[in-house]
Design a protein around this ligand. Structure first.
Ligand code: NCD
Length: 298
């Protein structure tokens, strides 16, 4: 039986991940419109700001022929006190087949999925998970290196507050890569080390040993500012800049989920670096999301 929801990658097997990535690659090679979701109303419910994720879900839904409905939560009955469960039942009664949801509370999509009989796709919940971002990151790595197995991937910065990092850890481990988390103890506790996941503090030592570097944004909206006393001190240790780019192996790539803060986790030169794959990531987002929606709903 096909899975009903995509809430995180920890409940997606390696085989299912590969199937999604293969399908996303098919859409990449032939991005012509499809009919897999023809007549299926899909609701996009974003309680947190989003440029990339919301737009690419909408494009993916249109490309599959879905009836795309975007609800601004500020205009929904939730502001009148309607519970998420009652909202879910209401949407289901109209024939909504899938809800794509982003929320600042970790676990929100799981609660929604309990009351909604259709499909729920997590587009980012608090600090917990962002499975479609991890899928598009895996897709980008696979295009670059031909496979994920055996890769060494550094994830740098505010790991503790990053749903992108958490979902990537699951996906990278499932497909046989080694993840090296790098950041200060306030943003990366030692306890995040686990099977196939290392915690390191010295970025300069890690850079020459990895195939890819995923930079993270400091999640100011989620953290106590005392955790990052000064941008200058953070940049001194963890900012990717021309000096640090020169430490990378030949062929290594740099990734970032966006939005980036120039002058904090990276300098302008990083975005002009030939190994920067930010644009590929964004492009792949549409295809990865098409693969997920098709697998769930078609
Ligand atoms: C990320 C998110 O919202 O979790 N952005 C994204 O989806 N492309 C990362 C971030 O906000 O830093």
């Amino acid at each position: 039986m096909a899975p009903r929801n995509l809430l995180d990658l920890d409940d997606v097997s390696a085989e299912e991940l590969v199937a999604l990535l293969d399908r996303a690659e098919t859409f990449h090679r032939d991005p012509s419109p499809r009919r897999a979701l023809a007549g299926v109303p899909v609701v996009n419910l974003f309680f947190e700001p989003s440029t990339r994720t919301q737009t690419s879900f909408a494009i993916a839904e249109h490309r599959l022929g879905a009836e795309v409905v975007t609800i601004d939560p500020g205009d929904s009955s939730m502001v009148k006190g309607e519970s998420i469960a009652d909202t879910a039942v209401t949407l289901a009664a109209m024939g909504v087949g899938a809800i794509v949801v982003r929320h600042k509370e970790s676990g929100f999509p799981y609660v929604l999925a309990r009351s909604f009989p259709g499909h729920v796709v997590n587009a980012g919940d608090g600090t917990h998970a962002h499975p479609t971002q991890a899928l598009l990151d895996l897709m980008t790595l696979r295009q670059e290196f031909g496979g994920i197995k055996g890769l060494r991937v550094a994830v740098v910065g505010d790991v503790a507050h990053s749903r992108v990092a958490r979902s990537n850890i699951h996906g990278l481990r499932a497909l046989g890569a080694q993840t090296i988390l790098v950041g200060p103890p306030t943003l990366l506790p030692d306890a995040m080390a686990q099977t196939a996941v290392q915690v390191e503090r010295d970025l300069d030592c890690v850079l020459p040993t990895v195939d890819a570097v995923m930079l993270l944004r400091i999640q100011r909206e989620r953290l106590d500012s005392a955790l990052v006393p000064s941008v200058a001190a953070y940049a001194e240790q963890f900012q990717l800049n021309p000096r640090r780019l020169a430490l990378l192996r030949e062929g290594a790539v740099v990734m970032h989920p966006g939005p980036f803060n120039r002058g904090v986790e990276l300098t302008d030169e990083v975005l002009e670096f030939p190994g920067c794959r930010y644009v590929n990531q964004v492009a792949n987002g549409v295809f990865a999301r098409m693969a997920v929606l098709e697998a769930l709903c078609a």
